[in-house]
Design a protein. Structure first.
Length: 113
């Protein structure tokens, strides 16, 4: 599975925080991180109508427009590639330590808006 390979590869090459600083997070990446700030869990799920999609404990990133669903999946894969999300087993993924730091910072900013 692509997400597992990306997550494991990022950890192996240690490209976590420096790459995040060098590349600003997209809106979709920020949405994903903020949604997982508390528990840090993501699940890769699938439905017959929409195909694969990402969900956290607080939100399902699925839309009636399949392009939006695909963009969230793309954003999730970028977070894996940056080492902010790690594969835990099966369809379950968890924020890395750096991922938690960024997610909680973003969630705090969201609450101040």
């Amino acid at each position: 599975m692509l997400a597992i390979s990306l997550c494991n590869g990022a950890i192996a090459t240690r490209k976590i925080f420096d790459q995040w600083r060098a590349n600003q997070l997209t809106e979709k990446e920020r949405d994903l991180l903020a949604s997982a700030a508390e528990a840090g869990i993501f699940i890769l799920a699938a439905s017959d109508q929409s195909g694969r999609f990402v969900m956290s404990y607080t939100r399902e990133f699925i839309d009636s427009d399949p392009a939006i669903t695909a963009k969230y999946l793309d954003a999730f894969l970028r977070l894996c590639d940056r080492g902010l999300v790690q594969h835990q087993g099966g369809k379950t993924f968890r924020l890395s330590g750096q991922g938690f730091d960024i997610a909680r910072e973003l969630a705090g900013q969201e609450g101040q808006r």
